[in-house]
Design a binder for this molecule. Structure first.
Ligand SMILES: [Zn+2]
Length: 111
């Protein structure tokens, strides 16, 4: 299987998040959630990530929240979140062809 640089962390294998507690906020290093710290993913996973990213950007451009978009698609917000972060394929949840005709799913970037 072809391995390419993780699109989520750019091959850094880690990401940062801000953890806030009683003693204030500090930046913590976390293992990249998408490649599980490998820095590389399969080409299939990378394509899935980019499609989720495009879907998320299209949603933001339309001014929709995750919950609103999920309601339009008729899926659970959690499931849509998984799709936007490349953890699931939209095809698993809905009939993408029909949505594309209605302009809900971006066509740009499709092969
Ligand atoms: Zn990564």
């Amino acid at each position: 299987m072809v391995k390419i640089v993780c699109p989520s962390c750019g091959g850094a294998k880690t990401g940062y998040r801000i953890a806030c507690g009683d003693r204030g906020c500090r930046t913590g290093e976390i293992t990249c959630d998408f490649c599980k710290g490998e820095g590389q993913v399969s080409s299939e996973a990378s394509e899935r990530w980019h499609r989720g990213d495009a879907l998320r950007k299209a949603r933001v451009e339309r001014g929709l929240t995750l919950s609103e978009q999920a309601a339009i698609l008729g899926v659970a917000p959690k499931a849509l979140n998984d799709v936007e972060f490349g953890r699931r394929r939209l095809e698993e949840l809905v009939d993408v062809g029909a949505l594309r005709c209605e302009g809900i799913v971006p066509v740009a970037g499709e092969k």
